[in-house]
Design a protein around this ligand. Structure first.
Ligand SMILES: [Zn+2]
Length: 237
């Protein structure tokens, strides 16, 4: 199986860090694609200093989870919903030929996340069009998911990450410019989580999702495009 994660910023993929690690440990290919290099994600470092730091952080985080990394260079904080970006994502989809795409929800305060949600939706459709010439054969992605944004409601799908929560946290720690500088310096962040201890924030979120489905730690997702329905001979309880 091949999974493609489409995010706006280096570190968005950590929302699925346990799921990524479950799959790479099982021998699956996982590719992390980010639209930006995260050049606006700091309070004091200028963009030209920050970008190489975030490139290294993203590469180390991907390696920690056993994933591949691809980074585009769209402007952080101003990701466009544009034909250029849609077609560029569609080209990566055709090149990688994923069985599953995981991307960002539109239930978000961040305009870049909202932009990527819409671009990824358009790109998965564009990638499937045989007459759209992108230099690679068309590819129809069977399943598209997006990260859960709301810990207080039930979601479509949960993944048990009890065995990989520590790797998720280790991968998050690779993004030190974010979790130990940007968010921690700001104290309680705009979405109300206390990031002065990012590892406890991760554990708390994953414990809540785990409580929804009866395991210690879980990550949650919703379907943008559910898998094709299958007919059963017998119901399963
Ligand atoms: Zn982000």
């Amino acid at each position: 199986m091949t999974i493609l994660l489409i995010g706006a910023h280096p570190d968005d993929e950590i929302s699925a860090g346990g799921t990524i690690t479950n799959h790479t440990r099982a021998g699956d290919r996982v590719v992390v694609l980010t639209a930006t290099k995260g050049g606006m994600g700091h309070r004091t470092r200028p963009t030209h200093e920050l970008i190489p730091i975030r490139e290294k952080e993203a590469a180390t985080a991907a390696k920690t989870m056993g994933a591949e990394l691809r980074m585009l260079d769209y402007p952080d904080g101003n990701v466009p919903v544009s034909t250029d970006l849609v077609n560029e994502i569609a080209r990566h989809i055709r090149d990688i030929r994923p069985d599953i795409i995981i991307t960002l929800s539109d239930e978000t305060f961040h305009p870049d996340h909202d932009a990527i949600h819409h671009c990824a939706l358009k790109a998965y459709y564009a990638a499937s069009l045989p007459l759209l010439t992108l230099g690679l054969p068309a590819w129809d992605v069977p399943c598209v998911l997006y990260y859960a944004e709301d810990v207080y409601r039930k979601h479509d799908l949960y993944v048990d990450i009890t065995d990989t929560i520590d790797t998720k946290i280790a991968a998050g720690a690779c993004h030190a410019s974010q979790y130990t500088e940007w968010l921690a310096e700001g104290g309680s962040s705009i979405d109300g989580w206390d990031y002065t201890s990012f590892d406890e924030a991760f554990r708390r979120e994953c414990r809540i999702y785990g409580g929804h489905c009866g395991v210690m730690y879980a990550e949650a997702f919703d379907y943008m495009r559910p898998p094709a329905p299958r007919a059963l001979k017998l119901l399963k309880g």
